[in-house]
Design a protein around this ligand. Structure first.
Ligand SMILES: *Cc1c(COP(=O)(O)O)cnc(C)c1O
Length: 457
């Protein structure tokens, strides 16, 4: 047994901190924990060289450092990429954020009166206007929105929530409808079959303890073939007849007709759901809406007011930074309603961008790069998708740069790009590394050509 191979915490931390931008105390703590683990191994009789130990700790520190939140160039062609932060924000929203973030604001202060004011009052009115709803509010995310709706409407004896078996979905990241119902204190009443649920299935499940009917949008998967479900208007009439609300979790929150924006399916809008008689609708702020992480609740005024009065509302309310960005995003929709092509919302702009423009950018990047000695580079037609658990069958024609590396492996190439600065993430397909231009912003093109040149020239 020998601990001779063990480096000293201080010496190794000093050495590593010369090439690592993390705060020194964090590096020291990291190195101490790693050395403790090596000590245990050495005490258990394993033999290791100091160089091996130092290299291992240095590699692990690099991994840890790369986990720090940082910008990424998204070349995956997945527009709302949950792993890459869903929707990016537009310049107007980012500028407003900067202003509110660095000073004080009238978050809960009535400026004309000089008295305590109502938090999010402006936003709630703007949201209701955009959605054609009686009333609206926002919380931290769509999961929180659904939980608070259920807590408010389904409790005590009257806690049965009727859901079709075709809508007991898992969205990802721990969001499963049956589990959300359970944590909210609601009792799930499943009706129908996976592919078919009839109006009579809902009607037969109603008891004196029915709290509501819940519809959940099948955001991230698709059921085709022998299928059917009742119209929303029929469900609404059924709910009204029995005097309980119809609630719909619509997921992605498309504010406009997505099929007019790009050659993709029509995604249901909250506006249409409310028009068809849904009493309350909830959806995410950072999917197709293109705003910050948030969950929007809209519909019947009395129900929205009741939800806002729940003590639990305090636990899921948005902070001033989110409210600022959401306010800008909603105003942007209201301003550009007449001409959506003028929108500053990046998700919509990227969705609507023409293949001709993408092709022109690809050609420009290619000419900037010139010839590469370590890879062949081509422009190819590709397919982008909306992603983020929205429109699973969407296929948006796009343009990509395809690299066939020579003398460096595909894995090595993609890893070098991922751990570079800026980090660049693409995808591999038939032995090529591809970067889809639909999710890369024009102002990032220069970084792409410079990085590829540096790595592969
Ligand atoms: C994405 C999604 C959610 C979860 O939304 P978050 O804002 O991520 O909490 C819930 N329901 C549906 C139908 C969704 O598509």
């Amino acid at each position: 047994m020998s601990l001779k191979a063990l480096p000293s915490v201080e010496t190794l931390a000093n050495q590593l901190s010369q090439h690592c931008p993390l705060p020194k105390p964090l590096i020291i703590g990291f190195v101490r924990r790693e050395i403790d683990q090596w000590r245990t191994k050495l005490l258990a009789g394993e033999t290791h060289e100091r160089e091996e130990i130092e290299a291992d700790i240095s590699g692990k520190l690099e991994h840890f450092s790369a986990s720090r939140l940082q910008p990424v160039i998204n070349g995956t062609g997945v527009l709302i990429h949950t792993n890459l932060g869903r929707s990016p924000l537009g310049k107007t929203a980012a500028n407003a954020l900067q202003q509110i973030a660095t000073g004080y604001s009238n978050l809960e202060f009535n400026l004309p009166e000089g008295t305590r004011g109502k938090r999010a009052g402006y936003l709630e009115t703007a949201l209701a206007c955009l959605l054609g709803a009686d009333s609206a509010t926002a919380v931290n995310n769509c999961a929180a929105a659904l939980v608070i709706i259920l807590r408010h409407l389904a409790n005590g004896e009257k806690n049965e929530v009727i859901v079709s078996r075709g809508e007991l979905v898992e969205i990802g990241g721990g969001f499963r409808i049956p589990e959300i119902l359970e944590t909210s204190g609601a009792k799930l009443v499943e009706v129908g079959a996976t592919n078919k649920t009839h109006l009579s299935d809902y009607a037969n499940a109603i008891t004196p303890n029915t709290a509501l009917i819940l519809k959940v949008h099948r955001s991230n998967f698709y059921i085709g073939g022998f299928t059917s479900e009742p119209e929303v208007a029929e469900l609404s009439a059924l709910a009204k007849e029995h005097d309980f609300p119809l609630v719909e979790d619509i997921g992605s929150g498309a504010m406009m007709n997505t099929d007019e924006l790009a050659p993709i399916d029509h995604e249901p809008t909250p506006q249409a759901a409310l028009r068809n008689g849904v009493d309350l609708v909830c959806f995410s702020g950072d999917k197709l809406l293109g705003g910050p992480q948030s969950g929007i609740i809209a519909g019947n005024s009395k129900l929205v007011a009741g939800i806002k009065n729940e003590p639990f509302f305090r636990a899921v309310r948005c902070d001033k930074l989110i409210l600022t960005v959401l306010q800008e995003s909603i105003d942007e929709y209201l301003r550009t309603q007449a001409d959506p092509s003028k929108t500053d919302i990046p998700t919509l702009r990227n969705l609507a961008e023409t293949v001709e423009n993408l092709q022109a950018r690809a050609e420009k990047i290619l000419s900037e790069i010139g010839t590469l000695s370590k890879a062949e580079i081509q422009i190819i037609s590709s397919t982008a998708t909306t992603g983020g658990g929205t429109m699973p069958t969407s296929q948006i024609p796009s343009v990509a740069l395809a690299l066939t590396p020579t003398g460096i492996s595909l894995n090595k190439l993609s890893k070098s790009l991922r751990i570079g600065s800026p980090a660049i993430v693409g995808y591999t397909e038939s032995n090529r590394f591809c970067l889809d231009l639909r999710t890369i912003f024009p102002w990032q093109d220069e970084a792409i050509s410079a990085t590829l040149k540096q790595l592969l020239a």
